[in-house]
Design a protein around this ligand. Structure first.
Ligand code: NAD
Length: 453
């Protein structure tokens, strides 16, 4: 049994039963039983069902957002976007069934064609920081490609995806096609890794657990995608529009209270403009509205839990470089103010580890090659930003930085119609974008002889 707490008030909001080993196995069994009929649904009918699912989600955006505000402490603005993202991702991949075509390859003596066969049952394991979008990114292309899905939300944040499972049934998806399994990582999550009826695991979470999941999948040569952590760099060159860069930098790391795998938690600033940039950054940080997540103007809410707040605070122990901090409410709830450390050297712990909280490390650099070297001196490679008015430099640095998702003169968030994923220990494989459904299929090659007898 997991007790759920509203992170903004520290009040208990309910309990959720954790699946036992037998219950987890039964959920996989229902998904496996539903698989033959689901893969046989005609493409246009599967598309229609997914569009209907999207429409039902759309008519529940406010309800889903309210659940996420209470259960995860997300600002209501973010939570509405997140629920809307599930709708949009379902709509986007609803176009897949009629377009998941193979190829016809010229060969002598016959015809060669390829098919994208569904895998069967896909396990989607979701972290607590973005319960709804990450659920959607895994389940929508998997379902569209003809797989059934068992989705395991994080222990702390199961409520929104449990509701999604009800909405799927309301939309007409057959029983067993989408199973949502609340439970612990060690029991329910591990069951998805080890159960031979699960053909692929689509995991998002920490590097440590991701490695364990990958090793577990290797036992069965099970397909696996990993979306793991990040320590992304926001690189500001002296020739950038410094006012714009400074205005954008706070929410590039403090959005979702820094609990974002794409958080630009390292801010690399060219030394010649370092002091001026910090003087522009300070008022921008102090202007971040931190408070009641139910209040629409609020930009940043609390951290997810008391234990996580203690972990984030641990990164500031013995640190003397706190340059300035924003404000945060006093009293109940897991509040932590936006915090800027400067100057930080690239070797410091806070510049190397994923804090997953509202802590920004500002690091000076001399020139372009040093900026690239510092940015790449990380085991992670998920996202990042480059601020410069020089087009050649923007392209050179974009090609040189080892990360899967970069933006120039912006901090664009993830777009569901473009590919998303990490270099190095930030992950394996890509989600989203036009090719994601193929990642939930096996390519089958068939040769048909046309030789006359
Ligand atoms: P976590 O790794 O602790 O847990 C993630 C999920 O894995 C949870 O559902 C958990 O129950 C499950 N799990 C735990 N142990 C397991 C096991 N042995 N077998 C199977 N499943 C298991 O991560 P978290 O603390 O929930 O999330 C934060 C992390 O997620 C951060 O590192 C963050 O960067 C990362 N993240 C990455 C992305 C991305 O797309 N790259 C997106 C969001 C979060």
């Amino acid at each position: 049994m997991t007790t759920l707490v509203d992170p903004s008030t520290a009040e208990v909001i309910g309990t959720v039963a954790d699946a036992t080993e037998e219950e987890a196995a039964a959920a996989v069994g229902r998904a496996a039983a539903a698989s033959p009929a689901w893969r046989a649904v005609a493409p246009a009918d599967r598309a229609r069902l997914l569009r209907r699912f999207a429409e039902v989600v759309d008519s529940h955006v406010e309800e889903l957002a309210a659940i996420e505000v209470r259960n995860a402490g997300h600002t209501v603005g973010n939570a509405r976007w997140e629920a809307g993202n599930v709708r949009d991702v379902l709509h986007y991949y609803a176009a897949t069934p009629e377009r998941l075509s193979g190829r016809q390859i010229p060969v002598p003596g016959g015809v060669d064609v390829t098919f994208h066969e569904p895998l069967g049952v896909v396990g989607v394991i979701v972290p607590w920081n973005f319960p709804l979008p990450i659920a959607g990114w895994g389940m929508a292309p998997a379902l569209a490609a003809g797989n059934t899905v068992v989705l395991k939300p994080a222990e702390l944040t199961p409520l929104s995806t449990l509701r999604l499972a009800e909405l799927a049934l309301e939309a007409g998806l057959p029983e067993g096609v989408l199973e949502v399994l609340a439970g612990t990582g060690a029991v329910a999550g591990w069951r998805l890794v080890t159960d031979e009826r699960v053909a692929k695991v689509c995991f998002t979470g920490s590097v440590a657990v991701g490695k364990r999941v990958m090793a577990g999948c290797a036992e069965q040569v099970k397909r696996v995608t990993l979306e793991l952590g990040g320590k992304s760099a926001n690189i500001v060159f002296a020739d950038a529009d410094l006012e714009r860069a400074a205005a954008g930098a706070p929410m590039a790391v403090f959005d979702n209270a820094g609990q974002d795998c794409c958080a630009r938690s390292r801010l690399l600033v060219q030394r010649s403009v370092f002091d001026r940039f910090l003087s522009l950054l300070e008022p921008a940080v102090q202007a971040v509205v931190v408070g009641d997540p139910r209040d629409p103007p609020t930009q940043m809410g609390p951290l997810i839990s008391e234990a996580h707040r203690a972990r984030v605070a641990g990164y500031l122990e013995g640190v003397t470089s706190v340059a300035f901090r924003g404000r945060a409410p006093e009293g109940p709830g897991w509040w932590f103010p936006p915090t800027v450390l400067a100057p930080v050297s690239p070797g410091e712990r806070v510049a190397r580890e994923e804090v997953f909280g509202p802590v920004l490390a500002v690091i000076p650099f001399e020139d372009e090659s040093e900026a690239v070297a510092i940015a790449n001196d990380s085991r992670y490679g998920l996202s990042g930003s480059i601020w410069t008015e020089n087009l050649g430099r923007a392209l050179r640095v974009s090609r040189a930085v080892e990360a899967g998702n970069l933006s120039v003169n912006s901090h664009s968030s993830v777009r569901y119609w473009t590919p998303f994923g990490g270099f190095k220990e930030s992950g394996l494989g890509r989600e989203l974008g036009p090719d994601a459904p193929e990642g939930f299929t096996e390519t089958k090659n068939v040769f048909i002889s046309t030789e006359a007898p």
